[in-house]
Design a binder for this molecule. Sequence first.
Ligand code: ATP
Length: 490
Amino acid sequence: MSEELFKKVVSHCKEYGFVFPSSEIYEGLGAVYDYGQNGVELKNNLRQYWWKSMVQLNENIVGLDAAIFMHPKVWKASGHVDGFSDPMIDNKDSKKRYRADQLLEDKIDRYSKDGKTAKAEELQAALDKAMLDSNLEELKNLIVSHEIACPVSGTRNWTDVRQFNLMFATEMGAMAGTDADKVYLRPETAQGIFVNFLNVQKTGRMKVPFGIAQTGKAFRNEIIARQFIMRMREFEQMEMQFFVRPGTQKEWYAHWKETRMKWHHKLGFGENMYRFHDHVKLAHYADAAVDIEFNFPFGFKELEGIHSRTDFDLRNHAELSGKKLQYFDAEKYENGKDYGNYIPYVIETSIGLDRLFLATLCAAYKEEEVGEGDKKDTRVVLSLPPALAPIKLAIFPLTKKDGLPELAREIMNDLRMDFNCFYEEKDAIGKRYRRQDALGTPFCVTVDHESLENRTVTIRHRDSMIQERVPVEQIRNILADSCSWKTLLS
Ligand code: ATP
């Protein structure tokens, strides 16, 4: 059932201009996608929801837009050159490449589904230990001893397990070929924040605790990409680094865990759709880490990460750059003694915009029985929070003549400055309603002959499908109330 829902969401995305495979006329490019005319609006709105709640509503958080290219030393200091890799294994017959840990995860799932709980638990423990120890030999042993075969060739003819660095590298400038010119496409946006820590702190006169937020593209050469826009090679992150006094990181970690979960709940998709999942294997930089998982049609999976990153990044950048990346805490200057020079600790919140987009569509997609008797029908509707909907109002003249289009245009021209509107005069009204339902448009307005007489229109509500007659001048208030960011942010 759930897999069916997922398939429907994927084809809905294509059919209604939300998401297309990249370079589709050339058969696409693995795990790279383009956002269509409606997708880009929804994505922009989701980004705005995040930005407003982070930057606009927090006096001590400011924004940043750092470049994708960064000095190669950044990735040395951050640990990505040496440590940002996944264990991979090739099947010699099919020549297919897999993530060793994912082959084992899949096996664990299969054991669980077959009711072999003890076996599943035993393998999970062994996998966790091997990953924790970065024991590649043991990963291979587990794949062999649990008789895992390649899904394509069906054979167990495996190579050894090797580490595969996920960063894309390219060359900068005219002098290609020397190592010094090698630059990476950033695999996370966070480092742009760390290297600008002092720039922002000094010019913004920021006082610890404070945060820097940024949204932008990140690139990872994922070994296997699957589940549509869940795991992409080019994706967008929305990250916030919150700088705190050393020793206070536990409180702030708890604070951001709670704050971020509330932000998700506000979307109204049901609190049971989210859960926390503590990390077993901590990343090289973290002293605590938790995921907010969302109940996707294919199960609970990571949507956002909250990480206590210690002073790892700033300390390493200070060492490698030779620049003092410290904060002078004036409030800690006591009895003539300076207690206040320190490298702040960092709590990070990091969410993938594309994953949030997918979660939103999966939760909002509904098929409903409507009508009665021989008018019985099903409709597809996206129950998006109105503030997020790509189009807020669709305006339909009942017919193409008698001055109806003129009045419809007049209404549209007045409202389009403040709300994304859509005008359409083709097809029966019912058909036009259905198309807007499928895009999640919260309101449709129909202009008919009565409208010319008394300047009233029919406004139709997406979720209830109720239609009511209202004066033209009231449309603006109805939209403003329902589509306001306040409904999500307050
Ligand atoms: P995963 O375990 O799923 O690979 P991760 O733990 O590597 O994710 P982080 O490095 O914590 O992810 O990145 C933060 C967020 O960025 C994730 O919660 C996710 O929403 C998003 N993200 C990470 N990798 C991808 C990807 N390949 N495609 C889309 N979004 C991604």
